[in-house]
Design a protein around this ligand. Structure first.
Ligand SMILES: NC(=O)c1ccc[n+]([C@@H]2O[C@H](COP(=O)([O-])OP(=O)(O)OC[C@H]3O[C@@H](n4cnc5c(N)ncnc54)[C@H](O)[C@@H]3O)[C@@H](O)[C@H]2O)c1
Length: 242
């Protein structure tokens, strides 16, 4: 990480903020892209990094953030596409507005972030991208549109990897289980009462560092409390042929 420039969406809180702190400790330079200006500026000040106010659901915001990164640091090495929100509805209380609220951040925001960072990574001939999915993207969840978005990120990662390999760009996804971040704070005690373990955000940040720095691409990593991150094999379903 020494000297490397990492752009982190959703870096103002939770896993994104823990990743910013970890990369700063390792000698890296960090750009926080978040819609929460107060928290984003605070984390950026703490790690001596740059904060760029960003709504990842707006394509132009993502482009502006990448441009600001290049202006500040002259390069971009790693991208952590991490910003997300919980779902706002299921099938029983569905509205188009609530459904789009979730997917515009959790799926569109990753697609726009990926699209925005590719030109400089291609010019450099290297770059590493971490997509923050979830265990909900491998299994399912009562929060079904959140789960649907996270499944899509895994498909996106596995599908984009071969296309980006020729440019020296790697892309991998991480699937944390429960993590002790502000988004889970209201449920923390209830989850613990059920005997469930919550990972520390820095444990996920450590996995992000490992995956960004490693040689693989198109991989999907499960990150569970108290366990080493492990690659989840893609199902093998060959197409029918004569
Ligand atoms: N906490 C968990 O248990 C858990 C488990 C699995 C996966 N994840 C994933 O990890 C990632 C981080 O989650 P967290 O728990 O740290 O959440 P968090 O709520 O602490 O942090 C999310 C950050 O994203 C930002 N954000 C939300 N919408 C945005 C937008 N449109 N544009 C820019 N920024 C936006 C928020 O302001 C916040 O700073 C998410 O992708 C989440 O789905 C979390």
């Amino acid at each position: 990480m020494t000297g490397a420039v990492t752009l982190i969406t959703g870096g103002a809180s939770g896993i994104g903020a823990a990743t910013a702190r970890r990369f700063h400790r390792a000698g890296g330079r960090v750009v926080i892209a978040d819609r929460d200006t107060a928290a984003g500026e605070a984390v950026a000040a703490e790690v001596g990094g740059l904060f760029v106010p960003t709504d990842v659901g707006e394509p132009a915001d993502n482009t502006r953030t990448v441009t600001a990164t290049l202006e500040a640091f002259g390069r971009l090495d790693n991208v952590v596409l991490n910003a997300a929100v919980p779902g706002r509805c299921g099938l029983h209380d569905f509205t188009v507005e609530r459904y789009r609220y979730t997917l515009r951040t959790n799926l569109d925001g990753v697609v726009y972030g990926l699209h925005a960072c590719l030109p400089p990574l291609r010019r450099q001939g290297h770059g590493s991208i971490a997509v923050m999915a979830s265990i909900a993207g491998l299994t399912g969840s009562p929060d079904l549109f959140y789960a649907a978005g996270k499944h899509a990120l895994i498909g996106l990662t596995r599908s984009a990897a071969p296309a980006l390999a020729a440019d020296g760009i790697r892309i991998n996804a991480l699937c944390p289980g429960l993590v002790d971040t502000p988004v889970l704070a209201p449920y923390r005690q209830a989850l613990r009462n059920r005997g469930l373990h919550l990972a520390h955000p820095d444990a996920v940040a450590a996995a992000v560092e490992t995956v960004l720095a490693g040689p693989g691409t198109g991989q999907v990593w499960a990150v569970q409390a108290g366990q080493h991150a492990t690659v989840v094999p893609a199902p093998e379903v060959p197409l029918m042929a004569d």
